[in-house]
Write a protein that binds this ligand. Structure first.
Ligand code: IPM
Ligand code: MN
Length: 316
């Protein structure tokens, strides 16, 4: 059986690291079919749509999507919606898996990926002086993300830390905490503790080795996963998976890095490690382990293409 993978480079270095990851995947000689598709800010400027209908159509028929990065404007641009946020929502990819590995650290952040402060329910009052965001937390999304995190903890070292800010956000984080603890109680083989998000940041910085699986809400997970990446080799090595109901999306945690784009400078290893997560997900467990070992054993040469070549050559 062959699998179809849609490759979306996107903007900036995204369009460089995805071909590099493809190079490595092709070296494995697996029955994979690659289809390239367009998305991002450049696509938006060209077509008026950051995630063109044709791209979505290709994604719907695929087994997995490997996504680079897209440039997100800092201010509101009429008609622009972040393609990665659209894909997460479209396919109901409710779990964002972000491993951080290195220097005695081996942890997995399981980030809720569909609600919280990413609800999109944000507005400015008529006077232009007050901006309001609705932070949406539901029992359903909280239960399913903690369930996913418990399943991962079971497959790992059996420990789960629930991260929230229920001392201040009594209703939203309060609900996440209550449903989370109830859900985790159904996994007696998983040892559960909880931390406030500020304390979690401190403990990550001081001793990340104590963590196995961390489960948290959307924005907290976004921030803590960058912190965890910074502790374990930086964004050059940070990979992620968006999984849930529909076609899964694998992406490096880094962005489009316009400052170094177009110079063949970007470290392709985060994209290559994301491709390894994709392989695992499709059941190619041995090839995934080979890619991972080669990526960790290879330093970034300073050239995207040269590093990818070396990794492809190092796969045994
Ligand atoms: C990430 C990114 C995205 C996010 C942006 C680009 C919308 O920072 O995947 O971590 O905030 O989720
Ligand atoms: Mn982020």
């Amino acid at each position: 059986m062959s699998h179809t993978i849609v490759l979306i480079g996107g903007d900036g270095i995204g369009a460089e690291v995805i071909p590099a990851a493809r190079r490595v995947l092709e070296a494995l000689r697996l029955p994979l079919t690659f289809v390239e598709a367009d998305a991002g800010f450049a696509a938006f400027e060209r077509t008026g749509d950051a995630l063109p209908a044709e791209t979505l159509r290709l994604c719907e028929r695929a087994d997995a999507i490997l996504f680079g990065a897209t440039q997100s404007p800092m201010t509101k641009v009429a008609g622009y919606r972040s393609p990665i946020l659209q894909l997460r929502r479209h396919f109901d990819l409710y779990a964002n898996l972000r491993p951080a590995v290195g220097e005695g650290v081996d942890l997995l952040i399981v980030r809720e990926n569909t609600e919280g402060m990413y609800s999109g329910r944000e507005r400015v009052e008529d006077d232009g002086e007050t901006a309001i965001l609705e932070r949406v937390i539901t029992a359903r999304a909280s239960a399913r993300i903690v369930e996913a995190a418990c399943a991962w903890a079971r497959r790992r070292r059996g420990r789960l830390t629930l991260v929230h800010k229920a001392n201040v956000l009594k209703e939203t984080c309060g609900l996440f905490r209550r449903v989370g603890l109830e859900t985790a109680a159904r996994f007696p083989d998983v040892a559960v503790d909880e931390l406030l998000v500020d304390t979690a940041a401190l403990q990550l910085a001081q001793d990340a080795r104590r963590f196995d699986v961390i489960v948290t809400t959307n924005l907290f997970g976004d921030i803590l996963s960058d912190l965890a990446a910074g502790l374990t080799g930086g964004l050059g090595l940070a990979a992620s998976a968006n999984v849930g109901a529909g076609v899964p999306v694998f992406e490096p945690v880094h962005g489009s890095a316009p400052d170094i784009a177009g110079q063949d400078k970007a470290d392709p290893r985060a994209a290559i490690l994301s491709a390894a997560m994709l392989l695992d997900h499709l059941g190619y467990v041995q090839p995934a382990a080979g890619v991972r070992a080669a990526a960790y054993a290879t330093a970034h040469t300073g050239s995207t293409t040269a590093t990818a070549e070396r990794i492809a050559a190092a796969i045994t």
